[in-house]
Design a protein around this ligand. Structure first.
Ligand SMILES: Cc1cc2nc3c(=O)[nH]c(=O)nc-3n(C[C@H](O)[C@H](O)[C@H](O)COP(=O)(O)O)c2cc1C
Length: 188
């Protein structure tokens, strides 16, 4: 299976996650910075966009890339500052399908939290109280929780998810390994 994993990153979080995801996809997966994305992606069986969430949607470079992918099986991997099980994260996952070009089939999404740029946090701390991005005990706690991500567990989980994605794209039985183990156990 040939896969192109094209990531965009400002502070490195999404690069780490995209690389872990590509390692899980296994041989045939190539990783590209979005600034060096292949001009011709027609030869790939799967195209993965690795984006960071920018004001509720994929960052601009990722949106530009996704738009030019047409008629492919695609997957979105992203990092965001919000809690991974928040409604915000769910909306980012749901809407990601709409940024791809014509005829794409998004087979899934995967995401985790990513540390927020400390410079951005400093700016938000200076914002007037009561605004949507101003510092409160709750936002401070969320920023602190994001600061350690992506961590080793996130990267391992991204690679595991990618193994399942490979099986889906290549039509392998995702439970083949488990079935073989159970059959061996039944034999004694
Ligand atoms: C300008 C800007 C806007 C952001 N907007 C959001 C947002 O709307 N929702 C969110 O959860 N995180 C948001 N974030 C946090 C980033 O998505 C998050 O820290 C991400 O992991 C950064 O990835 P990177 O290290 O690959 O650049 C924003 C960060 C920046 C710098």
């Amino acid at each position: 299976m040939k896969a192109a994993v094209v990531y965009s990153t400002l502070t490195g979080n999404t690069k780490k996650v995209a690389e872990a995801f590509a390692s899980g996809l296994g041989s045939g997966a190539e990783t590209f910075d979005v600034n060096a994305a292949p001009a011709d992606i027609s030869g790939y069986d799967l195209v993965v966009a690795g984006f960071w969430v920018d004001r509720g949607h994929p960052d601009q470079k990722s949106m530009d890339f996704m738009k030019r992918v047409e008629g492919k099986k695609v997957f979105s991997v992203f990092t965001l500052g919000a809690k991974p099980r928040s409604a915000h994260a769910f909306k980012c996952a749901y809407t990601s399908a709409s940024f791809w070009g014509k005829g794409c089939e998004q087979i899934g999404t995967w995401h985790c939290q990513g540390a927020i740029d400390p410079k951005l946090i400093e700016q938000m701390r200076k914002m007037p109280a009561g605004g949507p991005h101003s510092a409160t005990p709750e936002t401070e706690a969320r920023w602190a929780a994001a600061a350690s991500h992506p961590d080793a567990d996130d990267l391992a989980a991204a690679a595991e998810a990618a193994k399942a994605v490979r099986q889906i794209v290549t039509g392998e039985d995702p439970y083949a390994e488990l079935k073989a183990k159970m059959a061996a156990q039944a034999k004694g």
